[in-house]
Design a protein around this ligand. Sequence first.
Ligand code: ZN
Length: 498
Amino acid sequence: MSEGRGSLWSATFSRRPAVPAPHRPPFALFLGFTALALGAGDLPPVRAAEAPPSRLASGATRLTEAALASDHAWTRLSELCDGIGHRLSGSASLERAIDWAAAAMRADGADSVWTEPVTVPRWVRGRESATMVTPGPHTIAMLGLGRSVGTPPGGITAPVVAVKSFGEFEALPDDAVRGKIVLWNVPFTTYGPTVRYRSQGANRAGRRGAVASLVRSVGPIGHRTPHTGNMAAYNDSGPRVPGAAVSVEDAERIQRLLDRGEEVRVRLEMEADTLTDGTSRNVIAELRGRERPDEIVVVGGHIDSWDVGQGAHDDGGGCVISMEALRLLVALDLRPRRTVRVVLWTNEENGVRGGEAYAKNHGKDPKRRHVAAVESDGGVERPVGFKLTVRQQGPGGSPDSTDAARTAEAVARLKTLAPLLASIGADKLESGGGGADIVPLMKLGVPGVEHQTTMARYFEWHHTEADALSAVDPGELKKNVAAMAVLIWALAEMDGTL
Ligand SMILES: [Zn+2]
């Protein structure tokens, strides 16, 4: 501990001469002026014990100690996950979760807490099942995909054709696809390359005359747990065929039967439907800055989840981590220079309407500038650090691409905070950050910071019944709270901005 504190002090004092404080001895004042004259390389060695830690550093230490000592985050996450449960857009449980979060942040002592209406899609799952009827019958573990249409009453029964890539699919003759159920049996590598089959599978299958689309679940292992998630919007030009995910074990079973030359027939029954849009809300809580209240550091997660499991890692944890950061600032009487805003965005999972609405309502206000937007949406395994990206702006830049020069400058400034995060092990600070809910702000030039955990097991639980509080480690939750509280404090308190 003492070693960490020493390096933290020296990092703070090596950046610039220390601010003279009334209780500091004249020698330290002299040292400060000497530093200006000589440059850091010529300074006589200074023992850290000679100077008190800066407000920034001492605040970080206090936040870390308080976060690691408190079970409050765990209690909050249990209230959300066990007391309310999963919370898909359009559901009563999502609105209960929003009311709960607003009340919790009022109780925590935020200066103001309010909600803002957001129009959200309402997709409902209804009853659903998949059965292998030949050879069979065998019940397939499945979950319909968000946006999917349902099947006609009585379901769709058809032979299955399995493929392992879009290329293999496009190479099939038309009569191998028409009238069939397509199984996208693509083993998980990383999320990006595999999730394309969940997104695009139904559109591609429908366009070639298939009657339904099944995707092998987007996850690294089985446990016979299907993973839901959103599909891309249907193409207006093609037929709308239903899409569902099946467990890894069921996908492999079908593949083995087909490889042996057997016919596999599946009956898919889904009541899925898209209702008219509904109204949900973003929740916003604010701790006003003591010196620069019009500079805003935003931190948050998404309050909605899929309609399975408890939305513990995705993203109840991110919400609670953000709420706790603000609570600890209030509890420790650490009012930073800038304003801290916790935003719990609604509808990330199947629309990102909350993130878009927040940026539209607040991102272009010339009087209240967002200096950083931080999102926690990578679960609550052990924290490792934060990633940062600044996007290109202005007429010369593409609105979606990284501004390499500004990102490098901002990452360099972010790295000066590493000593504050080292004792938590969350000091890996690098480029490459984002987050679905903060991308709309990032497109307006706001530096986007992504909370990073190991994500060692995240995609085993992602969008499944297994994303429950039992999959969260209370000790790791505390470390994440500590990392986020320190980062937010530092971004809101540091001399300059990113
Ligand atoms: Zn999420």
